[in-house]
Write a protein that binds this ligand. Structure first.
Ligand SMILES: [Mg+2]
Length: 439
């Protein structure tokens, strides 16, 4: 058994709305909605004063104004929020390099390795809150727990300006009475079904029999019981940690079409694969990064054996991850996609006989990858794409790669490959500049 981890989930309180109230004293204490000033937009953020009327973010403005007719609508100032976000993330990085940003105002921090240097978990959490307040004059709520799931639930329990510590000793007592609606990722529809089955609390979900859970969750039934018990072993992943190789792209126009997203993911997988082979490495884990139009960022990863050097395997796993994410978020619009490979090791150390699949590793796939890499090396990354990633395979009315904000120059791309630089990004700490790259 390894030592228990200490994970923080830090979440700024009503972030955009709080920034507006900070900068415009006349808005303090008022019901403030940040969002499109026309009736057609949605609520980007709601101050605590307006939440009392049932206004929530992502609600249509029209509906919000119906619930609270005297609400004050304020136009978002994204560049200001990004600057504040940058300062807040810089504070996170003073405490640990393992920071996984979820959006401009929310992140997981793994501080396990920082405990010796920075004090116990509670002092770290207090220190972060204090520094954020001093430097930004804004409050954050923090959940401290042995894993991401419980940290995230915890940060939401005592908002605003909250600090909730959940450990093995008080885990059950904290989670059991909570409404199942507080379980991250459950979603409104599933939440309704779970409640209709008579399961309204974590305790009920944790102890529910298969006869109740299977019709709703099928093979995931045990996983749902685990989550209701506060079990979660997902690692905190800094955006593309230093040990990973990745390629990512921010799009001029948000993507809404699944086929287009898949073809972009295949192209990025191809690019990440090329970079990996340029360093003579093989991977046993593929990661995708998806940033929605509202800047919320998701990462999904999958480990597999045996490890591979084959771009098509990387692409296949990446597309699988994208598809399962799209099942959860069928109407999502996406502004950034990325594919990364980690758990890297020297390609010549691959255990070719680890499994029958590896023993018969497809020689033509290897030869194709080698040919692709050679052409790229000489002519740059835009010179060649696989058939599946060709523009014709995309939505006819979508813009092509050359319009995206971050299409790197060919020279830059080759230089990056020669230098063995791991990603598209212009440098800087993971989670700092990169998080802002979409701006
Ligand atoms: Mg927040």
């Amino acid at each position: 058994m390894t030592d228990p981890r200490v994970i923080l989930h830090v979440d700024m309180d009503a972030f955009y709305a709080s920034v507006e109230q900070r900068d415009r004293p006349e808005l303090r204490g008022q019901p403030v909605i940040v969002g499109g000033t026309s009736n057609r937009g949605v609520v980007a953020a709601a101050s605590y004063e307006v939440r009392k009327f049932g206004v929530r973010s992502a609600m249509p403005i029209r509906e919000a104004m119906r619930r609270c007719p005297h609400a004050i609508c304020v136009k978002p100032r994204m560049s200001v929020y990004r600057d504040v976000s940058h300062d807040v993330f810089a504070i996170f990085h003073e405490y640990t390099p393992v920071v996984e940003g979820l959006s401009l105002d929310e992140a997981f921090l793994d501080v396990t390795a920082s405990l010796a240097l920075k004090g116990d978990a509670v002092s770290i959490a207090r220190g972060i809150k204090q520094k954020i307040l001093e430097e930004t004059r804004l409050t954050a709520s923090v959940g401290v727990a042995p894993n991401k799931l419980v940290a995230k639930i915890g940060s939401d329990l005592n908002k605003p300006d909250g600090l909730t510590v959940v450990d093995a000793a008080n885990m059950r007592a904290t989670l059991d009475p909570l409404s199942v609606r507080r379980l991250p990722g459950l979603g409104r529809k599933l939440g309704e079904r779970v409640e209709a089955a008579g399961l309204t609390t974590f305790a009920q979900l944790r102890t529910a029999p298969d006869s109740l859970l299977w019709p709703i969750f099928g093979r995931d039934s045990q996983r749902m019981r685990d989550r209701a018990s506060g079990i979660d072993d997902r690692p905190v992943m800094s955006e593309w940690d230093e040990k990973s190789i990745s390629a990512e792209e921010t799009f001029f126009t948000d993507l809404g079409d699944a086929a287009r997203m898949e073809s972009e993911v295949m192209r990025l997988a191809d690019r990440a694969g090329s970079r990996m082979r340029a360093q003579n490495l093989a991977t046993g884990c593929v990661q995708v990064k998806i940033r929605r139009a509202d800047f919320t960022t998701f990462t999904r990863q999958k480990r597999f054996e045996p490890s591979t050097t084959d771009s098509r395997t990387i692409a296949r796993v990446a597309v699988e991850l994208l598809r399962s994410w799209l099942e959860e978020q069928p109407r999502a619009r996406v502004r950034l996609l990325g594919v990364g490979v980690n758990h890297l090791h020297a390609a010549d150390q691959m255990d070719l006989f680890a499994s029958p699949a590896a023993a018969t590793a497809n020689p033509s796939a290897t030869a194709l990858d080698a040919a692709v890499d050679q052409i790229r090396e000489r002519f740059g990354t835009l010179a060649l794409r696989r058939g599946s990633a060709l523009p014709e395979a995309r939505g006819a009315d979508e813009t092509g790669e050359d319009l995206s904000e971050k299409a790197p120059s060919r020279a830059g791309e080759r230089a990056a490959m020669r230098a063995g630089r791991p990603t598209d990004k212009g440098g800087g700490k993971p989670g700092s500049t990169s998080r802002r790259a979409g701006s």
